[in-house]
Write a protein that binds this ligand. Structure first.
Ligand SMILES: *Cc1c(COP(=O)(O)O)cnc(C)c1O
Length: 430
């Protein structure tokens, strides 16, 4: 197993190299050389296997022996050391709750795995400190900070759009100190992401720092997201009728991981990529063109992405757009439809969903109403992370789970900056 660049396929890297550098030297995303890596026995026996072992078996082939099995088992076990339950909502809709980790969003899975891999690699060989640069629309930064806080040999710099993350998210980004720095950018998420991308291609920054990315472009964050799709199938009762799986999508890393696991044999009826008003990919499914738009702000702000970076990986998975469309759908849900979905879930099913989960529910329900079958939407964050939206739509305040409610006691430390690459570079070099 190796990884190749999706720009120039002759550029290759091992897992270690790909995890430490984030993206290929030509700016391309890395993609695994083998994709069908689990056998029928794995899928037949999954009910009897514990989650730690499932995670280990899924990830082992990608690592190519660069982390010994005993360490990799420990890393895999720590990555999935919280509940990921499948809960029934209605006769044909269930939800996979991915928000029981330390920062209450699914990104904990990828961030925990990646931080432990980089921790392992930096303890071993050359000692130059690794600097993780991460652009976040809200949840990634917190998960990465929680994963990396206190990891020796790794520094983390988080760029987030000022005023466009929720209060709890901002606390989860800015209250760490030590090896974690937060930069509040006067711009949107796409601006933050553009600055990070430019930084990776900048010679002076690369001479000075060993830079890597903790966005889902990094294979060490992207690949472990396959784990919970396997947990979904493990908990799925009607094994003769595989689920329609609907994933609230922004950068499309999450759904792309699910599609990758399906390449390894996970039974799926159909994948639905649900977006909010940022409808670049739904438009591509309909017309074949990707409109060149700016991101618009919505209640589901972790998905306010105009140019999803992982979509090139999805295109690599499918030979043609026709094949992609047979296998999956992509649907845009408006703000009004998101609010209606939150009200329906709460009123009819006593289920408090966050706006991202609600986007997934709305798209899934529409699909099942038209096509029949049963499905699962991923609930990607705990509702308390988006309390302003919940209060606005439902008139209630979600409670923060025990153990997460003490952040407001801590000091918030961040640097405010114009969303401009040269300003950022000067700050890094200074
Ligand atoms: C990041 C995020 C998403 C989008 O995931 P992608 O992998 O970028 O498509 C959806 N919901 C929540 C809550 C998120 O934090």
């Amino acid at each position: 197993m190796f990884f190749y660049s999706l720009k120039d396929k002759s550029i290759k890297a091992s897992f270690r190299e790909a995890a430490i550098t984030g993206q290929a030297p030509d700016g391309g995303l890395y993609y695994p050389s083998e994709t069908n890596i689990l056998d029928g026995e794995f899928w037949r026996n999954i009910k009897q296997v514990d989650n730690e072992e499932i995670a280990f078996q899924i990830i082992k082939p990608y690592i190519g022996g660069e982390i010994p099995d005993v360490d990799l088992r420990r890393i895999a076990a720590e990555t999935v050391a919280f509940d990921i339950p499948l809960k029934k909502i209605s006769h044909n809709i269930s939800t996979l709750e991915l928000f029981h980790g330390p920062t209450l969003a699914f990104k904990d899975v990828g961030a925990r795995f990646m931080s432990r891999c980089l921790g392992y690699f930096s303890q071993n060989k050359d000692s130059k400190e690794v600097t993780v640069l991460v652009a976040t629309s809200g949840d990634t930064g917190g998960a990465v900070a929680a994963g990396f806080h206190g990891v020796a040999g790794v520094r983390v710099v988080i760029l987030y759009p000022k005023g466009k993350v929720s209060a709890l998210q901002e606390l989860q980004l800015t209250t760490w100190g030590d090896n974690i720095s937060a930069v509040a950018m006067e711009g949107n998420f796409d601006d933050c992401q553009a600055i990070v991308k430019k930084a990776f291609l900048d010679n002076e920054l690369n001479e000075r720092f060993k830079l890597t990315s903790a966005n889902s472009i990094n294979v060490a964050r992207w690949l472990p997201q396959q784990f919970y799709y396997a947990f979904l199938w493990k908990q799925w009762e009607d094994k003769d009728n595989p689920p329609v799986i609907c994933v609230p999508s922004g950068n499309f890393g999450n759904i792309c991981a699910g599609m990758l696991l399906a390449k390894s044999g996970m039974p799926v009826q159909k994948f639905i990529a649900a977006t909010n008003a940022n409808d670049t990919i739904p438009t591509f499914y309909q017309t074949g063109d990707m409109p060149d738009k700016k991101a618009v702000a919505t209640m589901s702000n972790a998905m306010d992405v105009a140019l999803p970076s992982n979509f090139v990986r999805i295109m690599e998975m499918f030979m043609t757009r026709d094949e992609l469309i047979r296998y999956s759908e992509s649907v845009s849900i408006t703000e009004a439809e998101t609010a209606d979905a939150m009200k329906e879930l709460y009123g009819d099913f006593q289920y408090l969903a966050d706006p991202h989960g609600a986007v997934g529910f709305a798209a899934l329900k529409r699909y099942l109403d038209n096509n029949g079958g049963k499905g699962v939407f991923l609930e990607t964050a705990h509702p308390c992370k988006f309390d302003a939206a919940i209060t606005h739509v439902l008139g209630i305040t979600p409670t923060i789970p025990a153990g997460h409610d003490d952040l407001s006691q801590k000091a918030s430390i961040y640097t405010t900056m114009q969303a401009d690459f040269d300003t950022f570079k000067a700050w890094m070099m200074g």
